[in-house]
Design a protein around this ligand. Structure first.
Ligand SMILES: NC(=O)c1ccc[n+]([C@@H]2O[C@H](COP(=O)([O-])OP(=O)(O)OC[C@H]3O[C@@H](n4cnc5c(N)ncnc54)[C@H](OP(=O)(O)O)[C@@H]3O)[C@@H](O)[C@H]2O)c1
Length: 314
């Protein structure tokens, strides 16, 4: 009715090992007794044979009687069994074997680790390559950050007439599309620091730039911009940017002049009626590194030149 299923018994490996060890010792003991019995029986047989028929009484081996040789031989066998069953088991038993195994495994593990290192060095795996590349990139970016943090290229960017005019009634007094384009390409992705009035002259935030607005008003709020109350705070705030820009207006350019390292000035070759002006560029401090002229055309009513100044090294 009921089919008996064979159940597989899971034996603990340690128990199995102990069982194997005990089995081996039993076999050794059994052999010892077997040899002992064989020897006793054999000895009795030969003694009887010797008594009854004087079997090879005179046989000697290197001058000794045959039974002395037998006793020595048996003693030799006995010693082997004694060593196997008691001596070796006592002093070189399971614990000794375990210790040796542990030592051997530790040694082999160390050797394998060394070999693996060599192999990794000779034939780096993709994972290791990625790790190495990641590490190098991380370190490189850390170095770049440290360098930039300690030395950002603070740049003032402005467009000014020959008389340094910047604007009137909180607005510009010219329209130069290529200059706007250049302003956009230079400042995109960077921090732009500006005075509160310039910020308010924008119809909306300039895309992809972090706006930093300077005002004395501690309750001033500018949506989408960071508000600070000194030019020094503004500069501290942008120290992680490799090239933060000061974008005006007149009051902020004047404040930032001493901190700037570069001036990107679009000089418009005309004079304008204005109420805000760019500060004088002292040629003892600044040197002109680059200039690029842009002539009048259908979109640009005034000729102008892009001028790049760098602060002279002290
Ligand atoms: N041509 C160009 O490239 C260019 C570029 C930018 C601007 N602009 C023109 O420049 C004009 C605006 O310039 P602006 O000089 O009148 O104003 P601004 O420099 O843009 O802003 C002046 C404001 O900055 C704050 N401020 C000034 N000094 C400060 C200080 N030491 N500590 C804290 N906050 C301080 C004050 O804000 P609070 O009053 O809120 O305290 C001050 O009213 C506009 O006509 C604009 O179109 C021209």
């Amino acid at each position: 009715m009921f089919s008996k299923k064979k159940e597989k018994v899971q034996v603990d490996p340690q128990q199995r090992e102990l069982y194997e060890h005990a089995r081996k010792r039993v076999i050794q003991k059994k052999r010892l007794f077997q040899h002992f019995i064989v020897f006793i029986v054999g000895s009795l047989f030969f003694i009887l044979l010797n008594l009854l028929v004087g079997y090879k009484k005179e046989v000697t081996f290197f001058g000794a009687d045959w039974y002395v040789i037998c006793v020595i031989f048996w003693a030799f066998l006995f010693m082997i069994h004694f060593c196997n069953v008691w001596l070796f088991s006592t002093f070189m038993g399971k614990e000794w074997t375990d210790r040796q195994m542990e030592r051997l495994i530790t040694k082999q593990k160390a050797e394998i680790a060394l070999l693996k290192k060599d192999v990794d060095l000779m034939y780096p795996t993709d994972e290791l390559k990625k790790k190495k590349e990641g590490f190098i990139k991380e370190k490189a970016s850390e170095i770049v950050n440290v360098m930039q943090e300690s030395n950002p290229l603070i740049t003032m960017i402005a467009a000014a007439g020959e008389d340094n005019s910047l604007g009137k009634d909180n607005d510009l007094v010219w329209h130069l599309p290529d200059d706007f384009k250049r302003f956009k390409s230079l400042t995109t992705g960077h921090h732009i620091i500006m005075g509160r009035k310039t910020f308010e002259s924008f119809p909306k935030l300039l895309p992809n730039r972090v706006h930093v607005v300077v005002t004395r008003n501690t309750s001033y709020q500018a949506e989408g911009a960071i508000v600070v109350h000194t030019i020094e705070d503004a500069i501290k705030l942008v120290k992680t940017d490799p090239q933060p820009f000061i974008i005006g207006g007149g009051e902020i350019y004047a404040l930032a002049m001493e901190y700037a390292k570069c001036i990107e000035l679009t000089r418009i070759h005309e004079s304008f009626e204005a109420d805000t002006f760019f500060p004088e560029i002292d040629m003892n401090i600044w040197e002109l590194k680059k200039e690029e002229f842009h002539d009048v055309d259908e979109r640009h009513k005034h000729p102008f030149t892009y001028l790049t100044y760098y602060r002279k090294k002290e």
